[in-house]
Design a protein around this ligand. Structure first.
Ligand SMILES: Nc1ncnc2c1ncn2[C@@H]1O[C@H](COP(=O)(O)OP(=O)(O)OP(=O)(O)O)[C@@H](O)[C@H]1O
Length: 257
């Protein structure tokens, strides 16, 4: 069953990409990418390894520079932005890294406090505590507040990583392989969490994944990056209703009988 889409505002585009190109030496990774992300939408980006999915989201949040094209995030052109201006993007665009990127020497509480204290130095202790507890509660792990990352399972670390990304109240979430390396039941729980985050915090998200169950349950729309461009897009069913030999094996591999 398709997700309800009433939460999406198709009149409000939070990311607009036109003609985006990025090469590394003679390797032309992105070859004219066009993309719109709408307010409240979960967009899933599929594509084989090495097609440039991570490069794309790193450009969106200013971690990599592009060679050519336009990338507007929340109305501001990111290409050519100075470091100081990029701070605005980095606060408003949360990047949930594949490896959760937690600081192993800090408790869960300190991991969440760290970006908050650095970006909002005037918050009181009570405000910090409230923010940290709210985000941990949102990912269902308030009870882990005093634990060390090493004491947590992979799925719990992923949840804490998402809570830490949410702590600055980003308008846009970028998820890089959110279910990679997790068992199937934990994957379903993370998919549900991504949808809960979308509903509760009204975020717009780009979700990079190889996991078609994740794509189907979290994606309001799916795009497939092929040969440096988005060549298919639509609902899960629309995208895979094709005999295209570059797309079909992707589906068959995930749902092999
Ligand atoms: N900083 C960099 N310097 C040189 N080459 C890079 C750099 N970042 C990425 N690449 C190259 O760009 C290509 C696309 O990489 P990217 O990480 O975006 O792939 P991906 O689609 O995310 O793959 P995967 O699904 O395996 O994570 C790869 O061939 C990679 O080696």
């Amino acid at each position: 069953m398709e997700k309800a889409k009433s939460h999406i505002d198709y009149n409000d585009t939070v990311i607009t990409i036109r003609g985006l190109r990025k090469s590394f030496g003679s390797q032309h990774v992105l070859r004219g990418v066009d993309l719109d992300l709408y307010q409240g939408e979960n967009l899933v980006v599929l594509g084989r390894s090495g097609t440039g999915k991570s490069v794309l989201i790193k450009i969106i949040c200013g971690l990599l520079t592009a060679d050519q094209g336009s990338v507007k995030v929340l109305g501001k052109e990111v290409i050519g932005m100075k470091d100081k201006e990029l701070d605005y993007i980095r606060i408003n665009v949360g990047f949930s890294f594949q490896n959760s990127a937690l600081y192993d020497s800090m408790t869960v509480r300190k991991n969440l406090e760290f970006p908050l204290v650095r970006n909002q130095p005037n918050l009181t202790r009570a405000e910090i505590n409230r923010e940290v507890e709210e985000k941990l509660d949102a990912v269902g792990l308030l009870q882990a507040i005093n634990q060390m990352p090493a004491e947590l399972s992979g799925g719990q670390r992923k949840r804490i990583g998402i809570a830490r990304t949410l702590i600055l109240q980003p308008q846009i979430m970028l998820y890089d392989e959110p279910t990679a390396g997790l068992d199937p039941i934990t994957c379903i729980e993370i998919n549900e969490l991504i949808n809960e985050v979308q509903e509760r915090f009204k975020t717009s998200s780009i979700i990079i994944t190889h996991d078609l169950t994740c794509a189907k349950s979290t994606g309001d729309r799916i795009v497939i990056l092929l040969e440096g461009q988005f060549q298919r897009q639509g609902s899960f069913e629309e995208v895979f209703d094709t005999d295209d030999a570059r797309v079909k094996p992707f589906y068959d591999y995930n749902f092999i009988q």
